[in-house]
Write a protein that binds this ligand. Structure first.
Ligand SMILES: Nc1nc(=O)c2c([nH]1)NC[C@@H]1CN(c3ccc(C(=O)N[C@@H](CCC(=O)O)C(=O)O)cc3)CN21
Ligand SMILES: CC(C)C(=O)C(=O)O
Ligand SMILES: [Mg+2]
Length: 282
């Protein structure tokens, strides 16, 4: 089993142009499969609201939801760098609220760092959390918690003025002290420029090549069916596999083909003693 990576490994990997491969994980089994496969790091995304809890957006997700899923992921991946995603309204109100909730991820769920959405508008939060000694990953471009303000889950930075704003956000996040930044749904030309401009690692989800790639585990595995962003590549079709397995089980239960002798516990005393005992009841 490889040694757990630290922030220094992620800086070195950027310098040595080694790609970082990471996914989201929300539960114990997914986390353990990812660690066994050698995943560089794991995000416990607030996308758990859609991928696990069945909400229409990430807005209803609470601190308690996030902490509980981070704990499960930590138990499944004890030797992997884990990023806790701060849910909507856990950091928006004040620097103090942001620091207190960021601290909860480390104290209660043993995550290695936290991630929050926003650039210039959130720079003071990043600075405050960093000054508390907590590593922060920024998240710019398409920021799902403010999709209402963006007019939906829309790609960002596709015209020159919007791209300039994304680049300014990236600079503000680095300046505020973030150790890394995630860029979501931005053209590769803009992401590549940002990755060269910044000294901190720049990771992408749907934003083309840079220092590493993130995908949502439920998308990659083909578990999530409500929608499929353009940036998703499906590496498996778990929805199909699971539905087929459930269907076969239902059929075998109904036909009596399951359970067989292999799936039961046999009596340890003579059958006649049992027959005698059964008679006590009628
Ligand atoms: N399962 C899942 N995958 C995700 O990537 C994801 C979540 N959930 N939940 C939180 C956010 C929401 N995200 C989304 C959601 C939808 C699109 C999407 O459908 N985009 C369209 C249109 C883009 C545009 O109009 O510019 C696309 O075709 O990709 C993208 C990202 C990314 N995150
Ligand atoms: C969409 C990704 C970047 C995320 O923040 C999440 O999974 O919650
Ligand atoms: Mg998120």
């Amino acid at each position: 089993m490889a040694k757990k990576k630290s922030i220094l490994d992620f800086y070195r990997m950027k310098q040595e142009k080694q790609q970082v491969a990471w996914i989201t994980a929300y539960d114990f089994p997914t986390a353990s499969f990812a660690e066994a496969a050698g995943m560089d790091m794991l995000l416990v995304g607030d996308s758990l609201g859609m991928c696990v809890l069945g909400y229409q957006s990430t807005i209803p997700v609470t601190m308690e939801d996030c902490i509980s899923h981070c704990q499960a992921v930590r138990r499944g991946a004890p030797k992997t760098w884990i990023i806790g995603d701060m849910p909507f309204m856990s950091y928006q109100s004040s620097d103090q609220q942001a620091v207190e909730n960021a601290g909860r991820f480390l104290k209660e769920a043993d995550t290695d760092c936290i991630k929050l959405e926003g650039g210039i508008r959130i720079a003071s939060r990043i600075k405050a959390i960093t000054e508390a000694g907590i590593a922060v990953m920024g998240h710019i471009g398409l920021t799902p918690q403010s999709s209402g303000q963006l007019g939906g889950h829309k790609a960002q930075g596709r015209d020159v003025n919007n791209a300039r704003a994304v680049i300014k956000d990236a600079l503000a996040v680095q300046e505020a002290g973030a150790y890394a930044i995630l860029v979501e749904a931005v053209p590769p030309e803009v992401t590549g420029f940002i990755a060269d401009l910044l000294t901190i690692p720049v990771y992408s989800i749907g934003a083309g090549p840079c220092d590493g790639q993130l995908l949502i585990s439920a998308d990659l595995l083909g578990q999530f069916q409500a929608f499929t962003p353009k940036f998703v590549k499906k590496y498996a079709n778990v929805a199909e596999i699971a539905t087929k397995a459930f269907g076969e089980y239902i059929e075998e239960v109904r036909s009596g083909a399951f359970p067989t002798d292999d799936h039961v516990y046999h009596i340890i005393e003579p059958e006649e003693d049992f027959q005698k005992m059964f008679k006590e009841f009628n």
